[in-house]
Write a protein that binds this ligand. Structure first.
Ligand SMILES: CCCCCCCC/C=C\CCCCCCCC(=O)N[C@@H](COP(=O)(O)O)[C@H](O)/C=C/CCCCCCCCCCCCC
Length: 208
């Protein structure tokens, strides 16, 4: 089953479905579809080749850490994970380098990158490296040291063309792919906004 999942081609529809399933009526973010969405995105990144492996390895490690916390404590939502870790006190939480909160925060910032990048792809701009760099500079870059920023911007130059991106999404014609982006972006934006509010409320947006 796991091997079949690893070999399956990327499908934007699957990622969209995962992020659509994330948000409950009570505006909680469910951990299982959240991580499933990330696994789909990572599969796509891995298919782009070795130049992106330093990025996918980091994302894989972060998803694995959260899967471990989820299994150990039975967390259902991001909210329950945050409540559980905050119970030890904010200072204890800040001192941990393996907390679920700091790891979610890293993926949360990357989700903002994804939202901006997909909006750019949808807009019709053909230069994916420009789209990716702009999205990165407006989100993750401010949290990365110079050497990571440099490596990331070099890797972005190896990105496939917009047409290739739309094809890899595996959702049919270019028009259908663009329409699906239009459907996916609000779901991703919703997950981002709820998480941003949760982390703002608990003053967790600067966890080291
Ligand atoms: C059809 C369109 C679909 C688009 C699919 C995009 C697929 C993207 C998949 C995964 C995104 C990567 C997520 C990266 C998470 C980075 C988290 C982070 O900030 N980590 C840094 C800090 O961690 P700690 O040290 O504090 O634990 C870590 O230093 C980062 C290292 C790697 C560099 C990260 C660069 C991120 C660039 C943004 C992703 C670009 C992917 C381009 C592919 C289209």
């Amino acid at each position: 089953m796991a091997a079949a999942a690893a070999a399956a081609p990327f499908s934007l529809r699957e990622v969209l479905d995962a992020f659509r399933r994330c948000v409950t009526e009570q505006r909680e973010v469910l951990l299982e579809p959240y991580l499933s969405g990330w696994r789909g995105l990572i599969r796509f990144l891995q298919s782009l080749g070795a130049v992106f492996s330093f990025i996918s390895k980091d994302a894989v490690a972060k998803v694995a850490l959260l899967e471990g916390h989820q299994q150990q404590h039975g967390f259902v939502s991001l909210q329950s994970l945050v409540q559980h870790e905050l119970a030890a006190g904010p200072a204890a939480l800040r001192a941990r380098s393996d907390s679920g909160c700091r790891t979610v925060l890293r993926l949360h910032r990357a989700l903002r990158w994804l939202q901006l990048f997909l909006e750019g792809l949808r807009s019709g701009e053909p230069r994916t490296s420009v789209l990716c760099t702009d999205a990165y500079n407006a989100s993750l870059a401010q949290h990365h040291p110079w050497v990571v920023r440099k490596a990331a911007t070099v890797a972005f130059c190896a990105l496939p063309s917009r047409d290739a991106f739309l094809e890899i999404m595996n959702v049919g014609s270019q028009e259908e792919a663009v329409a699906m982006l239009g459907e996916a972006i609000p779901y991703i934006g919703d997950v981002y906004s709820i998480t941003q509010e949760l982390f703002t409320q608990h003053k967790l947006l600067d966890l080291p």
